[in-house]
Design a protein around this ligand. Sequence first.
Ligand code: DC
Length: 231
Amino acid sequence: MKNKLIIAIDGYSSCGKSTFARAIAEELNYIYIDSGAMYRTVTLYCMRRNFIGNGGVNTEGILSELNDINIDFVYNSDTNIYETFLNSENVETEIRSMEVSAHVSRISQVPEVRSRLVELQREIGASRGIVMDGRDIGTVVFPDADIKIFMTATADIRAKRRFDELKEKGILIDFEEIKRNIIARDIADENRDISPLRRADDAVILDNSRMNVGEQMSWVKKLIEKKRDGC
Ligand code: DC
C-alpha cells in the first residue's frame, strides 16, 4: 500500500463534497483540490471576455485564450481554505455567484476545456497525498485512485444547504431558484457527452442526506483504515 493516498470524491452538486473533502485533507494533512472551482474559474474568465452569455458559447474565442487562463490555489491561514486565483486575482467569492453557476455547465462541456483541466489536475496530483472532488475524478482524472467515494443527497436537502451557505455570505437567493439550478446541473452533468457524471464501478456510495460532517468523517476514517490494512 502506498504511503500517501489519492482520494477521489465525486457526486452531485451541493452534496457537501468540498466540506467533506476539505475535512479529510485536514485530517490527513493532505492537499485539497476543488476541481469544480477550476471549471468555475474558466467560466468566470469566459463571462468577462463575453465568450459566454445568454446568446451561446463562443468556442473559438475560448480556445484561442485557453492557455492564457492560469489557475492557482493559495492557502489562506485565516480562513483555513485554499482560495482560487485567476491570473493572480483572488476570485474565490466571485466564482460561487449564481451567474457563474448558471453558465458553468456549458463551459464544462467544451472538450478542450476538460482536457486542459484534467491535465492540470493530474499534474497537481502527481505527488499524491491529495483529496480531489468533482464529477469525473474517480472515472477520468484518477481512475487508479486509492479511495473513490460517490456522494449523493436529495435535491431538497442540497438546495437547503446551498441556500444556507449563500445566506451566511449575505447572499439571499430564492430557494426554488437554487433548487432549479441544482436539478438543471444534475441533468447537464449526467448527460454531457464527455466525462458525464457517473459512479466509478469501484466507488463507494455515500448518501449524506441525514449525516453531519462528524458522522461522515467517522465513516471515511473506517474506509481509510480498511484500505491501509489492505482489505
Ligand atoms: O462542484 P461545483 O458545483 O462547484 O462544480 C461546478 C460545475 O463544474 C458543475 O456544474 C460541473 C462542473 N464540473 C465538472 O464538469 N467536472 C468536475 N470535475 C468538477 C466540476
